[in-house]
Ligand binder design. Structure first.
Ligand SMILES: [Cu+2]
Ligand SMILES: [Zn+2]
Length: 295
């Protein structure tokens, strides 16, 4: 009896899942900026974005949220069953629900980057900064790391900037830091292209326009939150972080360059963003906090 009910429950759930998926697919083109149909939004809430499989849309946290949201209902169902000692319909309903949830977990985990599951839904990235190979002799040689941590596709990414090698004498000049389009260092930092601009907007509204940072005793050690994302098709993995010679005019320069790149001057140093383990983030966060306390 139990086996029969389980099988029926699983098949009903699978069938319903497919039906809803087909219906939603007919309603919504896979555009990130489209105003989603209410049914699409409901589907996304229940099943994650298995509809448009991508790590941006499916995360371990989403799966957990769905499971968590079903828990009170399941508990109520169990209590009712216990009280009235009723099996049959209620048991079947419970199994359908559980099977549905299993489907949801399977559908979502198919599309997850393995690191997302391993790190409880969080993605980490690192970028090891080295001076540009095309750097003129008279410019400072900057070394360091850029570290990223993003807990969820819908949350902002935290970015740690840790650079050294700026001049220690004289008054410190603020330096611009941006994400550039290409992870191509074949001609030093000059081959990383323009600012990463997935939405085709003006500077400084690009997701990787981190802004200006003033070195202290030759170092930059700071944390910021950014609109750039590690998840999904707009992920910044494989793109470059560039540290500039000058201050970014933040689009207020009054010329074409200002709206393209903020007239931030030559490219001192750069790196390519790659997947990282949590260890490097944790270690750098400790060092960053220690340095903050010292200052
Ligand atoms: Cu730049
Ligand atoms: Zn920009």
């Amino acid at each position: 009896m139990f086996l029969l009910v389980s099988t029926v429950g699983l098949n009903i759930s699978r069938f319903t899942h497919q039906m809803i998926k087909r219906r939603v697919q007919s309603l919504a083109p896979p555009s990130p900026n489209s105003n989603a149909h209410p049914l699409t939004r409901l589907y996304t809430t229940l099943f994650g974005n298995a509809l448009h499989p991508h790590p941006a849309d499916c995360s371990a946290r989403l799966v957990k949220t769905v499971t968590f949201n079903l828990q009170p209902f399941l508990r109520l169902l169990q209590m009712t069953m216990h009280r009235y000692a009723t099996v049959g319909i209620l048991e079947a309903a419970l199994l359908v629900l559980l099977a549905g949830c299993q489907q949801c977990v399977l559908a979502s985990s198919d599309t997850l980057a393995p690191e997302v599951l391993q790190n409880n839904g969080t993605l980490y990235a690192v970028c090891k900064v080295r001076p540009s190979t095309s750097l003129p002799e008279d410019l400072p040689k900057v070394y360091g790391h850029v570290l990223f941590k993003q807990d969820h596709p819908q949350e902002k990414v935290k970015v740690l900037l840790r650079f050294s090698g700026f001049p220690r004498d004289g008054s410190p000049e603020p330096r611009a830091v941006h994400i550039h389009q290409y992870g191509d260092l074949s001609r030093g930092c000059d081959s990383t292209g323009g600012h990463y601009n997935p939405y085709g907007v003006n500077h400084p509204n690009h997701p990787g326009d981190f802004g200006n940072f003033e070195p202290q005793q030759g170092k930059i050690n700071t944390m910021l939150e950014s609109d750039a994302t590690l998840f999904g098709s707009l992920s910044v993995f494989g793109r470059a972080v560039v540290i500039h010679e000058k201050i970014d005019d933040l689009g207020r320069g009054g010329d074409a360059g200002s709206l393209l790149h903020g007239n931030a001057g030559r490219r001192l140093a750069c790196c390519i963003i790659g997947v990282s383990s949590p260890n490097l983030w944790n270690m750098n966060l400790k060092q960053y906090s220690r340095q903050l306390r010292r200052n």
